[in-house]
Design a protein around this ligand. Structure first.
Ligand code: C5P
Length: 196
């Protein structure tokens, strides 16, 4: 069976939680594509050339414990604006999406570029303030700074020329600003059920 669920949206909108819940509920494989860009971003912070790092990316690079750090997230969003970096990561993502048994991919350009033919497309969003607040609850630090970083990443991801962050025309938009995690997951599961 080929069944692809594409989940896109800005940082900390809840797409990772939703993607994991959809994968678990329907027995689909899950790929967090942000990890690919974070792994490249981490290598670049170590001094590697971004395009070479993307071309040489290996599965072990995705297991690094430091990929969640905020400086890695910012580096990821800088390297993600380089077309050759994105091009180097396309084949892996498409092969993952085409695997037998179906797959869920979450990221920024899954419904628009990587899997335009996905059976289900969700665009998960929320206000910048609530997304920063959720990130701050998880990671602590200075909330105003977390909000500034969220806004900076939003602007870079939405403003780049190649594969900018945006909802596909046929995506179902889920705004999680006023939803609990359980409510957001329930809405997403219902949409996927409808398409199965
Ligand atoms: O989703 P996550 O916050 O881990 O993504 C880190 C960065 O990787 C994003 O800010 C974005 O610039 C980039 N990214 C992307 N395309 C994707 C997934 C992530 O450009 N499909």
């Amino acid at each position: 069976m080929r069944f692809t669920v594409a989940i896109d949206g800005p940082a900390a909108a809840g797409k990772g939680t939703i993607a994991r819940a959809v994968a678990a509920r329907f027995g689909l494989a899950h790929l967090d594509t942000g990890l690919l860009y974070r792994a490249v971003g981490a290598r670049v912070l170590e001094g590697l050339d971004p395009v070479e790092a993307a071309r040489a990316l290996a599965p072990a690079d995705l297991d690094r414990p430091d990929l969640r750090a905020s400086e890695v997230a910012q580096s990821a969003s800088r390297v993600a604006a380089i077309p050759e970096v994105r091009a180097a990561l396309v084949a892996f993502q498409r092969a993952f999406a085409a695997r037998d048994g179906g797959a869920v991919l979450d990221g920024r350009d899954i419904g628009t570029v990587i899997c335009p033919g996905a059976e289900v497309k969700l665009y998960v969003t929320a206000s910048a303030e609530i997304r920063a607040h959720r990130r701050w609850l998880e990671e602590g630090g200075d909330e105003a700074r977390v909000l500034a970083e969220v806004r900076e990443r939003d602007a870079r991801d939405s403003g780049r020329a190649d594969a900018p962050l945006r909802a596909a025309e046929d995506a179902v938009v889920i705004d999680t600003t006023a939803l609990s995690i359980d409510e957001a997951v329930a809405v997403a599961l219902a949409h996927v059920s409808d398409r199965l």
